[in-house]
Design a protein around this ligand. Sequence first.
Ligand code: ATP
Ligand code: MG
Length: 420
Amino acid sequence: MQPLRGTRDILPDEIKLWQYIYNKANNLFSKNNYHEIQTPILENTELFKRSIGNFTDIVNKEMYSFNDQGKRNITLRPEGTASIARAFISNKLYLKKKINRLWYLGPMFRYERPQKGRQRQFHQLGVECIGSSIAMADTEVIKLATKMLQTLGCKEYILEINSIGNLEEREIYTINLIKYLNKYKNELDIDSTKRIENNPLRILDSKDYRTQEILKEGPKLKNYLKHESLKHFNEVCENLEYLNIKYTLNSNLVRGLDYYNYTAFEIKTKKLNHQNTICGGGRYDSLIKQLGGPDTPSVGWAIGLERVLMIIENNLIINNDNNIIYIATEINNNYYLVWDIINILEEYELKFDLDLSNKNLNKQLKKANQAKAKICFILHKEEIKNKYITIKWLKTSMQQTIYLSELRNYLKYLKNYITA
Ligand code: ATP
Ligand code: MG
């Protein structure tokens, strides 16, 4: 049996990396007053249609949607922001705080063609700064994104930013873009031709060479931005410059979701050729209102963790502390000493590994070495009968014997020694 296409198991060896990431994220975000939130993986399909937008790739062809037993149309969340906006509204988070700073980590689901860096179940780590319209909020979240990547040891990346203005500016621009592109309809790539009708802005980030050539001569979104939009964008750029956060302007960056306005940004790594966008985000001032909540300007991003892992995996030195106490026994139906020992080890919060193989003691000692244990408690029948323990230090083969009644005292000394 195989897992579903585009999904995979994260095995115990790898889970260490995920725990590491979670801990680093938790640490960084709590210091910055961001609080973790978990929302359900299942939501009404309507939520994503209304927020991400009907004509986006995600809603159009990538959603895992189905009817449940009660004939409700349900979708496995393809991203985090829509769910968090929904949670913000349903839990009336706006009543408690003016600004809600939230972060999340969890699986997302998109029905895409699986390939390197693209799965059907993948994980995003994200933040949302909900309730502020000022450029400092945009800067704060961008700063956090770069900080998070650095913390994870991902240092070679490019931050691209753009302003996509407000709805009105975009509408006027879009009309002009369509007018222009219609003249070249036969020369555009197939996807872009389709997009003229239902999502013309997305044509801007087409990867097709000829399409990009045509766009070069076409109308530019930034020329349609008015004072307010430009001012906001300039402020974000100035803040970033002050913080020495390097960025490049990419006037074709539009992002694939409908709810963005003003700032849009992406972080790309130089280390991957394909699927090299590791973070995407932007401002979404109208989303919460549009979903029935109060007018709440917000900004956030999501990092694709599988892609980050592909870059950092080899550099991360996760402390594989093998301070294990291996317990090798000749039990012979007399378990009690073993349980007494284990209870005491737990009391001292020491890591142990009880051999359950029922093999002879030599074989068990071999396994202790394989497990890279520091010490092994050896319990022959003799020891079990007389309640004492033979302790073997595996590196030096030094052996000593203590009575169970002395174990606590021994562990007091041992704990300092092996965790040093
Ligand atoms: P792409 O252009 O690669 O399809 P996107 O614009 O659809 O990305 P977003 O919706 O912005 O992606 O999601 C933020 C991040 O989540 C992406 O930059 C990427 O790192 C990650 N991501 C998105 N889709 C997948 C996927 N199918 N598998 C793995 N990671 C993904
Ligand atoms: Mg995508």
